[in-house]
Ligand binder design. Sequence first.
Ligand code: NAG
Ligand code: NAG
Ligand code: NAG
Ligand code: NAG
Ligand code: NAG
Ligand code: NAG
Ligand code: NAG
Ligand code: NAG
Length: 566
Amino acid sequence: MRIKNYLKPVVGALLIIFFILTTYYYWTNSEDYVSNIFPPQVDNDLKFFSKNVCENVTKAEVFSDWKKINEQALQLNERYSSELLKKASFVIEQLKKNQQIYTQSQGEGQQFQYYSKNLKECVNRTKISKLELEDIKNKTQQNIDQEQLAIQEISKSISTHQNRSKVLKGQQLEKQQSLDNLLDTLKGLLDQKDRLLRSYKNETELEEYQKELEEKIYYITKEMAEQEQNITASKQMIQEQQYKFNEINQKFEKVQNQLHDLKSLEQYFSQDDLYIKEDQPIIEVIQEYSKVLADRRENLKILAEKEKDQIQKQKNIQALNEIIKAQQISYQMYSSLKDIKFHCNQDDCIIGTSLENFKLSDLKEEIFKKQTYFNQIYSEKQQIEFILQKLMQLLEDQNSYHQINKQKLNKLIENQNFLNVTKNKSEELSKLNKKYDELEKQRKQLQAEVDNLIDQANDQQHQIENEVEKYNNKQITIESLKLDRNQKLNEKNQELYLQVKDCIKQKKIYENFEQKQSNLIEKANEIKAVIQTEVQQIESILNEYKVTYKDLHLQQNYDIQSKKDL
Ligand SMILES: *[C@@H]1O[C@H](CO)[C@@H](O)[C@H](O)[C@H]1NC(C)=O
Ligand SMILES: *[C@@H]1O[C@H](CO)[C@@H](O)[C@H](O)[C@H]1NC(C)=O
Ligand SMILES: *[C@@H]1O[C@H](CO)[C@@H](O)[C@H](O)[C@H]1NC(C)=O
Ligand SMILES: *[C@@H]1O[C@H](CO)[C@@H](O)[C@H](O)[C@H]1NC(C)=O
Ligand SMILES: *[C@@H]1O[C@H](CO)[C@@H](O)[C@H](O)[C@H]1NC(C)=O
Ligand SMILES: *[C@@H]1O[C@H](CO)[C@@H](O)[C@H](O)[C@H]1NC(C)=O
Ligand SMILES: *[C@@H]1O[C@H](CO)[C@@H](O)[C@H](O)[C@H]1NC(C)=O
Ligand SMILES: *[C@@H]1O[C@H](CO)[C@@H](O)[C@H](O)[C@H]1NC(C)=O
């Protein structure tokens, strides 16, 4: 290819510009460069701004249309090539400066990376430690939670057992109360039984005894009936004898009186002053004696009236009175003499002569006869009296035997009564025994139920004790888990604290470097801005001088190829 001479400076300038632009392009697009200077974010907490700057630079649309620039370059003329070269050299100079900064930052960048890595690692470690801490917290908490859950279950179980135990105890108390009542009843029955047993008799014996009693009662009743008949008979006989006795007694008294009267007469007529003769009738003697007494009385009466001497007069009156008395006796004798029966009639027959013939010898004979009769009647009376006495004795004996039998009967009836009561008691006893056996059966059943309830309650109590032991063990486990956890957490926290402290140190170092880098970036940015301005100016120059160099077209193609190769 041929290149005209005047075109040589232009071509040179273009080549330089091309170099500048490629370098610039390379620089603006190099991520490595950027990332070298500005390492990727270490932590959310650390702020990195380098990327912004980088982006800002890349965004510059200086080389948006390389083709257009190329075309414009063709229109450049010599006149402006020197200015372009000047500007190009300035840009190169600036790029060199930038290269210097780059080299510096490269060097420092490694150190920076080292610190950054340290910081990152520290942060990583811290993060890991934090996670580990969390993990420990989580895991230990999980263990504790598990144990606590187990404790809750145990508590629930305890509560259930306690409930069951309470219910069982309630049931047990209720049953015990019934049992106690039953025991009281049983005790009462036992007392009753004892009481009844004391009067209990063998039933066969009781029957025999009852028969015996009935027999005895039968015979005694029979005998008593006979006795009563005999008593009635005795009473009747006594009555008969009594009647007889009364009769004979009457006769006896009469005869006795008669005998007495006769004896009085005999005694009277035996008086001396009567001068009675054996063969003279008594009635005559009495009449004579009465006349004598009457004369004497007349004389004495006169004498008494005449007598002056008081003493003699008194004597006379006394004598008169005696005579009067004698007269009276005489009269009595006369009367009783007249009373004497002179006719025989049955056994009361007396004197066999008349009153006019009745002499003293008759009287004596009569008294003898009367006495004999009296003796006979007396003897009869004595006999009846004896019989009566015997009968009375018999009645008395009969009555007394009857009385004895009556007492015996009463005793037998009493025994029968007692026997009935005893029989009743033995019936009661057998009833009581039956009842007792029944209640005893109930008691055994109830006792078994109570025992069962007690067993169940004890079982619940054992279970509660077991659960409580488990509970306590779990509590101990939890305590030890908590201790262990606290220890681990403390250790971890200590580690973490040291790490954070280390990280802060690392961060300070890092930040120092960052500051340095930031300064470099600022510088680089300034250079960038300058280059940008220059490139813009170059662009505007190129625009201003739209030179059309058709032969540059080839060159342009070549350049594009070169750029692509880059
Ligand atoms: C990047 O450009 C934006 C505007 O496009 C600007 O606000 C920002 O400050 C720039 N950042 C740097 C580091 O130059
Ligand atoms: C940070 O830790 C993660 C794992 O947690 C690991 O994959 C990564 O490589 C670590 N980074 C550094 C710089 O140690
Ligand atoms: C801790 O446990 C919770 C749930 O209990 C879980 O969501 C979390 O991921 C756990 N963290 C670790 C670090 O294991
Ligand atoms: C225990 O009994 C009470 C009532 O007596 C009841 O309210 C409660 O739920 C019961 N608890 C258990 C654990 O069975
Ligand atoms: C009652 O007594 C009789 C003999 O006295 C005897 O044979 C019988 O076995 C007794 N019965 C009872 C129940 O004791
Ligand atoms: C009753 O009188 C009769 C005849 O005198 C005699 O045999 C019998 O033993 C008497 N009975 C009693 C119970 O005294
Ligand atoms: C005793 O019992 C018998 C029959 O068991 C009866 O005939 C009798 O009247 C009773 N006696 C009394 C006093 O109850
Ligand atoms: C037993 O005696 C009681 C009173 O002590 C009485 O009530 C009951 O009826 C009597 N039973 C018989 C079978 O006699």
